[in-house]
Write a protein that binds this ligand. Structure first.
Ligand SMILES: [Zn+2]
Ligand SMILES: [Zn+2]
Length: 246
């Protein structure tokens, strides 16, 4: 399984960082966690086979995690007719908004091929190649809205994507799964809390490697570099274009 970081910025893009988007390749298929980057443009420039795109999982309905969805769904609908994708959004209002955006320009939607699905804490995706299990986070709890971490499993390996967490890392909001289970990789956001606030969890974390993305402000990169191997496992920050093979 190969993970490529297509977008590693937080809520605002930077000169060399798109907003959140991670690509997972396994068994000849492509999956994505979040699509805050201009995903269809990036895939086209990379020369990816768009028929390999099987599913996109968004962690929550914030623009830096979802802005790439509508342009991709639009082109998959009217131009790239051989595509077939499941697009998971966390709120019905998000699905309704994208449907309305597309319906305003297109004669008809092709929801047999470009399928919008509501992600809930009961969702269990498993297509035989990749399994995704959501865990709620408290990122949007103050607004009574959902947000998720995702456990992604393929080829006997496991990755925990934290999604966005709560401000100042509210008690127990660090994904419990990574404290209770060994995972091959954890990809953790770093915009809503400080290094001091996340360190007690990193000390107990059972990830074999931990990568920070969604870093804000970028001045934290120096502090992140100082965490590497502090608790016996690699910790570093990623940038756009970085790849890791599990
Ligand atoms: Zn975010
Ligand atoms: Zn957010």
């Amino acid at each position: 399984m190969k993970i490529t970081f297509l977008g590693t910025s937080h809520g605002v893009p930077a000169a060399d960082r798109y907003c959140s988007c991670s690509m997972i390749e396994t068994g000849g298929a492509l999956y994505f966690i979040d699509a805050g980057a201009p995903l269809i443009d990036i895939l086209t420039r990379r020369g990816e086979d768009l028929r390999a795109v099987k599913a996109i999982f968004t962690t929550h309905y914030h623009a830096d995690h979802t802005d790439g969805i509508a342009p991709l769904a639009n082109l998959f609908t009217w131009y790239y007719k051989e595509t077939d994708v499941d697009i998971y959004m966390t709120e019905k209002t998000a699905i309704d908004a994208i449907r309305a955006y597309m319906a305003g320009q297109l004669d008809h939607l092709e929801e047999d091929r470009v399928r919008f699905r509501l992600m809930t804490d009961k969702t269990a995706f498993d297509d035989g190649r990749l399994r995704v299990t959501p865990f709620p986070t408290r990122h949007l709890a103050g607004q009574g809205r959902p947000a998720y971490s995702f456990l992604v499993e393929a080829e006997g390996k496991s990755i925990l994507f934290s999604g966005d967490l709560s401000g100042r890392l509210a008690e127990n909001d660090f994904p419990r799964y990574a404290l209770d289970h060994s995972v091959d990789l954890m990809i953790c956001e770093m915009a809503h809390f400080g290094i001091d606030e996340v360190s007690p969890y990193l000390e107990r974390c059972r990830a074999k490697t931990l990568l920070f993305n969604h870093v804000f402000p970028l001045g934290k990169l120096e502090g992140i570099a100082a965490l590497d191997m502090k608790w016996g496992y690699p910790i570093r920050a990623v940038a756009d274009g970085d790849e890791i093979v599990l």
